[in-house]
Design a protein around this ligand. Structure first.
Ligand code: GDP
Length: 459
């Protein structure tokens, strides 16, 4: 099915203790026989059992000794790809690793494409498409929360949830087919009440799973965060506190942060992609005005706004405008930060507490309250008791879920308006196709190629 034997370096291309070259395919053992001579054992790779390894020397095709190495044999189907696999672990220099790889190519292996080992694992039925995608997420995970979600998907959690929905749809489709074939029979499962109950259940499940996408995106790519507030409340100081070094110009002159400064910072498991924006206030200055306009637009597209207020002064019009702007945004989380907590308090805290769900007091200058900020971030983005947030959902999967959801929605409307069951059957069949595309059970080659094109070579 999958043709030629492929090879690639599976470890990073950098100097290190060990590098590993992986060979997979029908000729993997034959190629290993040509290159490898065991030091003590007298068995060739093709005579070795699966899950065994041997210490030996690796030679080029013309007999030049390249390195000593450990060779491990995995026999089909009990390997990562489901094919015969040989892994050669040699010294970890770029030069030596590439020479060994060249020798493997000289003996007939083809260079592996991006993600081709995992693609073969998928094609041979070792992994579902969602599990294969999770492998890539596990590799790219930078924090525990995202890793845990990806690992759950790798263990099959997403596949199982989708399979349960798809099985329910399949049951209905079977009954509908029976009804189409024998319309005079009384088949209770296709009563409008029963179909509506099953479909409502599946739809709610699909929507819950799809909702995990935002959480996944935030954990994977970071929270797009805007630090907003009028000039001089301490936005730049707060940004510098979070970033751990001076990035914005901190001065006593209002309006010195003229444009958007970007910075990525990690607070525990959460990465904030911070923009410290021009202070939001009315101004005659054209350059400052343009920066303010840009900042206002940024508020609308952010995941999180840290709205900063100055503890040492009463709220003024600019503060009130910020409060109103934040309230008018839907889907954007807001943390109100009352800064300069080290100074005498003149601010009307109760007004801020009435306007925002999350309020913290902080001193950006001396760092007090930074831990409170992290706790609130965890409450908002991680500590959600919804179990569906324990599954990572990527863009492709979300598309499939949303498309399936739309079809089911349509089917529910069709049922309630008394549309013929043949029409409902067609809509549900389409919904089912989207779910099968998600798991990879019925998926086009183009989609499979697209998924694996994002992998690294060697995985
Ligand atoms: P921005 O215009 O909002 O970016 O404000 P800056 O970060 O430039 O800060 C304005 C002034 O407030 C500077 O003199 C800072 O040193 C001072 N400042 C910022 N945060 C604090 C704080 O927590 N406590 C005190 N006492 N001063 C602060």
């Amino acid at each position: 099915m999958q043709g030629n034997t492929i090879a690639a370096i599976s470890t990073p291309r950098a100097a290190g203790g060990i590098s590993m070259i992986r060979i997979s395919g029908d000729n993997a053992l034959e190629i290993a026989d040509m290159l490898f001579k065991p030091v003590s054992r007298k068995v060739k790779p093709s005579e070795m059992e699966g899950y065994t390894c041997a210490y030996g020397k690796i030679f080029s095709k013309d007999g030049e000794e390249l390195d000593d190495c450990i060779l491990t044999v995995f026999r089909a189907p009990r390997s990562y790809t489901g094919e015969d696999v040989v892994e050669i672990s040699c010294h970890g220099g770029i030069f030596i690793t590439e020479r060994v790889l060249r020798a493997v190519y000289d003996c007939g292996a083809m260079p592996a494409g991006a993600g081709e080992f995992t693609k073969r694992a998928f094609l041979s039925g070792k992994l579902s498409l969602t599990q294969a995608e999770a492998v890539m997420d596990i590799i790219s995970a930078e924090g525990k929360a995202f890793y845990r979600r990806a690992a759950n998907v790798k263990e099959g959690a997403l596949y199982k949830s989708i399979k349960a929905c798809s099985d329910k749809l399949l049951g209905l489709l079977g009954e509908l087919d029976a009804w189409v074939d024998y319309p005079d029979e009384d088949i209770p499962e296709v009563s409008p009440e029963n179909m509506t109950a099953v479909l409502t259940d599946v739809l709610s499940e699909i929507r819950k799973i799809s909702a995990g996408y935002d959480n996944t995106r935030i954990l994977k790519s970071g929270v797009d965060t805007v630090i907003a507030g009028k000039p001089n409340v301490g936005k730049s100081t707060l940004m510098n506190l979070l970033a751990g070094e001076e990035k914005s110009i901190v001065t006593d002159i209002p309006g010195t942060t003229r444009d958007i400064v970007e910075e990525s910072v990690r607070l525990g498991d959460i990465v904030l992609r911070l923009s410290d924006t021009a202070g939001l206030r009315e101004t005659e200055d054209i350059v400052e005005g343009a920066g303010i306009e840009k900042a206002r637009r940024r508020l609308e597209t952010a995941d999180l706004i840290i709205a900063v207020f100055d503890n040492s002064t009463p709220l003024d019009d600019d503060d009130m405008k910020l409060i109103e702007s934040c309230k008018s945004l839907s889907g954007v989380k807001v943390i109100a930060c009352i800064n300069k907590s080290d100074k005498n308090s003149l601010i009307e805290k109760e007004k801020i507490e009435a306007a925002f769900e999350n309020v913290i007091e902080i001193s950006a200058e001396n760092g007090d309250g930074k831990d409170k900020l992290q706790n609130v971030l965890y409450d908002i983005f991680i500590t959600d008791s919804n179990i569906y947030n324990d599954i990572s959902v990527n863009e492709r999967q979300k598309q499939c879920l949303d498309n399936a959801g739309k079809c089911i929605d349509e089917a529910l409307i069709a049922i309630s308006s008394g549309t013929t069951l043949d029409a409902v059957n067609i809509i549900l069949d389409e919904a089912q196709s989207y779910l099968l595309e998600l798991t990879g059970e019925r998926v086009s080659e183009a989609v499979v190629n697209e998924v694996f094109s994002h992998f690294c070579v060697g995985k």
